[in-house]
Design a protein around this ligand. Structure first.
Ligand code: NAD
Length: 514
């Protein structure tokens, strides 16, 4: 194995940078330093940690242009997409987390319903997990990793971060941002390497693994983490469906499909990879979408970042051709194989093809037709994935009622993919798309341990509980009377109270607890 990871421009193949690999033998020291940094950081009040995010935001704004350039060069996406889909969501997330953390991580009291136990009180107390691992993909090499690290540190954790081996330079830039914002030394440590380094990280037993990547790696990580009973959050692949209702405005629907399917050249976990369109408008929809594809300026298309993706495209296209599907456009690479031409494919039996069932992670949309709404719902839910879905229609209430039937972590009405950039809302999937949530208050809870504390309300209420030893007749009768408090009729419940109180009194007077 070479000493360095080579960062390449996927458009030209030229070398951008060589970045030293972290030897697995150094991970022990990385984790030791991380634990020391975390122990001090956890003592810093959450309000102060939150303020640090504002300093980080300042650095990010200052570095935005050069960071966008790095993302564009190394990942191949248009520079504008680095601004719109990587940096802006990160600024939003920093702003949101800075105000959320002090609120969300405050102790939360729990009201105890039972009047006989109300002399005690309960509350939830949140505390950091420790050192967590963030293992990231290359498709949104900045925002996905950065967001996890931000949520981890504001919650009081330290982070060992492994960027994708395809975007190590962006990983390095993330480290620089935390360093420049003055976060404590070793609180965030970036280690560069491929999957074998990722696996070695888990052997060092981080408190939790935040993984974003493919289903295959997600399963391997979960199996490995199971050996140590380490919890995992898995943000995995998708095969997102867009349901187009018959009342749709075709111009709107085709524009939504165009961006949803082809932004970042379809290398988006929440890319629109399947369209389920009503048969009354399907032909016009396909024609209009084809025509719009041809109008997208050449420099709006990104490159295929990862070479091995090309064999996935080849396999799925071959399978669709073998099964007699129609390619309305695309289906082949450009001359230097840096891009797959935007592809629309459909036909009778499309639902059985790989291109409809398996994640493509490229500029390909499989189109199925439907006649009734239940049929559309069944087709949309008919894959093993459940990350995101969208419904397009003029009647928003009707579209929303369809949305509520779709098996996905997020369903958007008259929008596509964008809600990963809404930090107030949870992000995550179900079925093979993984589990756990990031962003939002629900996501913040993934980064903390929850401690339930129960105590007497006041010191003078320190008393032995009536269910403690020894087991005695009045104790038994008191509990039998207590059962009557669960009767349906209020009269029966009222009647039970004198008997209960009398037995409790006798118990306290005559049968002291040991
Ligand atoms: P990948 O699974 O190949 O790699 C992801 C990361 O895991 C990389 O850093 C890689 O080095 C590391 N890795 C590989 N093997 C490992 C192992 N055995 N143990 C630990 N780490 C290991 O995925 P990718 O190709 O980088 O990313 C594309 C996939 O990510 C797609 O399936 C996409 O849908 C998914 N994704 C999901 C989301 C989401 O939010 N759900 C977001 C972006 C991407």
């Amino acid at each position: 194995m070479t000493e360095n990871i080579i960062s390449r421009n996927p458009m030209t193949g030229s070398i951008l940078k060589e970045i030293p690999r972290a030897p697995t033998s150094e991970l022990g020291e990385v984790f030791r330093r991380s634990a020391r940094a975390q122990a001090d950081w956890a003592k810093v009040p959450v309000k102060v940690r939150a303020k640090k995010l504002i300093q980080l935001r300042e650095v990010l704004v200052r570095k935005a242009d050069s960071l966008a350039e790095t993302i564009h060069l190394e990942n191949g996406k248009p520079e504008f997409e680095a601004y719109s889909c990587e940096i802006l969501p990160a600024l939003e997330l920093l702003t949101f987390c800075a105000s959320l953390a002090p609120r969300a991580l405050k102790n939360k009291s729990i009201s105890i319903r039972n009047p006989f136990l109300a002399y005690r009180k309960s509350y939830l107390n949140f505390w950091p997990l420790g050192t967590v691992a963030v293992i990231a993909p290359w498709n949104y090499p900045f925002f996905l990793a950065f967001g996890d690290i931000v949520m981890a540190v504001v919650a009081g954790n330290s982070v060992v971060f492994k960027p994708s081996e395809y975007t190590p330079w962006v990983g390095q830039r993330i480290q620089e941002l935390f360093d420049e914002a003055g976060f404590p030394v070793d609180l965030v440590q970036t280690v560069q390497g491929d999957g074998s380094l990722g696996a070695a990280i888990i052997d060092h037993k981080p408190a939790k693994v935040f993984f974003t990547g493919s289903v295959r790696t997600g399963k391997a990580i979960m199996a490995q983490a199971a050996q140590y009973l380490i919890p995992v959050v898995l943000e995995l692949g998708g095969k997102d469906a867009m349901v187009i209702l018959p009342d749709s405005d075709l111009d709107y629907a085709t524009s939504a499909a165009l961006w949803g399917g082809f932004t970042n050249s379809g290398q988006v976990c929440a890319s629109t990879e399947r369209i389920i369109v009503h048969d009354s408008i399907a032909d016009s929809f396909i024609e209009q979408l084809k025509e719009k594809i041809a109008r997208v300026p050449a420099d709006n298309w990104g490159a295929i970042t990862m070479d091995k993706q090309k064999s996935v495209y080849d396999g799925q296209i071959r399978d669709a051709k073998d099964r007699g599907m129609t390619f309305y456009c695309g289906g082949e690479f450009n001359s230097d194989r840096t891009q797959l031409n935007p592809t629309l494919v459909g036909g009778h039996g499309i639902e059985e093809t790989q291109i409809y069932q398996e994640e493509t992670f490229g500029p390909v949309i499989a189109i199925a037709k439907y006649h009734t709404i239940p049929e559309a719902i069944q087709k949309a839910n008919g894959t093993k994935y459940g990350l995101l879905a969208s419904v397009i229609g003029r009647d928003v209430s009707l579209a929303e009622s369809v949305a509520r039937e779709l098996q996905a972590g997020t369903v958007l009405v008259n929008e596509v993919a964008f809600s990963a950039g809404l930090p107030e809302t949870p992000w995550g999937g179900l079925k093979d798309s993984g589990f756990g949530r990031k962003h939002s208050e629900i996501g913040m809870m993934e980064f903390v341990n929850v401690r339930h504390i129960n105590r007497p309300r006041f010191s003078f209420l320190n008393m032995k509980s009536i269910w403690w030893f020894p087991y005695t007749p009045y104790q038994r009768e008191a509990f039998r009377a207590w059962f009557q408090l669960y009767r349906a009729s209020p009269i029966d419940r009222l009647k039970a109270i004198p008997h209960l109180l009398w037995n409790l009194l006798q118990l306290l007077k005559r049968e002291p607890r040991i």
